[in-house]
Design a protein around this ligand. Sequence first.
Ligand SMILES: C[S@@+](CC[C@H](N)C(=O)[O-])C[C@H]1O[C@@H](n2cnc3c(N)ncnc32)[C@H](O)[C@@H]1O
Length: 215
Amino acid sequence: MSNITYDYINDYIREITPESLGILGRIEREAKETDLPIIQKEVARLISVLLSVKKPKKILEIGTAVGYSAILMSNYLQEGGKLITIERYDIMQNAAKENIKEAGLEDTISLIEKDAEEVLPILDDSFDVIFLDGAKGQYNNFLPHCLRLLKKDGLLIADNVLHKGTVAKLRYDIPRRQRTIHKRMRSFLWEITHNSDLETCVLPIGDGVAVCHKK
Ligand SMILES: C[S@@+](CC[C@H](N)C(=O)[O-])C[C@H]1O[C@@H](n2cnc3c(N)ncnc32)[C@H](O)[C@@H]1O
């Protein structure tokens, strides 16, 4: 059960969405069988549409996992464009490296094998698109860095912002162990919806996606 939208609506949207081909299709099948953390199909479609309009030259991703979304987003880079992705967990780093190599994208995607907490404060670059998909409790800390690194007219896309719907519930209606993440995600959402430099929408698809345009 999605807890964000109705299952029959999700099922229908997935039914009419064509299967991904090649390496993306293979990773999607593996993710289904083994619980690999990759973006949901609806989120992949949303990102594809946004990026095909934006045509970015540089993308930053926080949270590579096995490289699925990095490979997907690379399809929408301008010629000669680059994607930097950050992953802190070695098993994921190794799987991502293999997938990026198999996709023939070693010259396009640079994997930084570190914690984003260490990398973001010293990253001196600028990006057309930033995809935030790391640990949900850290979004708040990462936000000032993302805003500094995002070009004017750039897009910040953040996944899992409704955290199985719990973020929209009252604090006292969720288990005590989820209250810290609830508080941090609410504060992140408040910040991006009230920042005068951003035009933001929060979409109830997948696990909740926020899209912000830097004015
Ligand atoms: C939901 S998965 C990312 C999925 C990926 N974007 C995709 O759709 O293919 C989140 C990943 O972020 C990594 N991660 C979480 N916090 C991180 C951090 N602070 N720095 C770097 N990687 C982090 C986790 O190890 C995990 O592999």
